[in-house]
Write a protein that binds this ligand. Structure first.
Ligand code: GSH
Length: 198
């Protein structure tokens, strides 16, 4: 199995953390690529030219991080990210965190296109409000335990915000969420996949 990813993609990080939590990271061949530079091997594998992209042993190309999670769960059911106990709570937490990731990526793309002016635009302000209120909701009810998908996605979302929007200072005024983050920041899956530019 071949996994294509960048070291900054939060979507890819969800999958990379899942593989480590499942103790299956060594079962895939890792390819670090930059989707924005049209890495030829990624262009060949995935017409969307996005990461994460997983090429299964039979050549099937899998995209969309949550579908990849579903696939990994079927391939390697142990260390489940979707345990039956607390299933709807886990789904709810994962949904909020994935929405936070989408919103952060949208804000970054907005800045890429319109520069800092994006932040002041009506859409930029709307996105910022969504980030603020979602972080506040997470502070009121931090996610359940690792290796649940809700915990993985929340860790990815928080680190992505700190990486791309340090001025946002998400821990400010959110002591429960900050404590939750600190409790889990030492996990191997978290440390080994921390976002970095190269
Ligand atoms: N919905 C997709 C999003 C994947 C995605 O947008 N990945 C970004 C990196 S963070 C990418 O490859 N962007 C390149 C592009 O949009 O051309 C998922 O869940 O995997």
């Amino acid at each position: 199995m071949d996994l294509y990813y960048s070291l900054t993609s939060p979507y890819a990080r969800v999958v990379r953390m899942a593989l480590i939590e499942k103790e299956k990271s060594d079962a895939v061949t890792h390819h670090v690529v930059n989707p924005w530079e049209d890495a030829p091997e990624l262009v060949r594998a995935n017409p969307l030219v996005r990461v994460p992209t997983l090429v299964a042993d039979d050549g099937t190309v899998l995209t969309e991080c949550l579908l990849l999670i579903r696939f990994l769960e079927r391939e390697w059911p142990s260390h489940s990210l979707l345990p039956k106990t607390g299933f709807s709570r886990n789904m709810s937490e994962a949904g909020l965190a994935m929405g936070l990731i989408d919103t952060g990526v949208h804000m970054l793309l907005g800045r890429k296109i319109a520069g800092e002016a994006f932040d002041e635009s009506a859409l930029g302000q709307r996105r910022r409000r969504a980030v603020t209120s979602t972080l506040d909701a997470l502070d009121k009810a931090p996610p359940g335990p690792f290796p649940e998908l809700g915990a993985i996605a929340t860790m990815v979302a928080l680190d992505y915000l700190a990486f791309r929007f340090p001025e946002f200072d998400w821990p400010q005024g959110r002591p429960s969420l900050e404590a939750w983050h600190a409790d889990h920041a030492g996990r191997n899956s978290v440390k080994e996949t921390a976002p970095r530019d190269s």
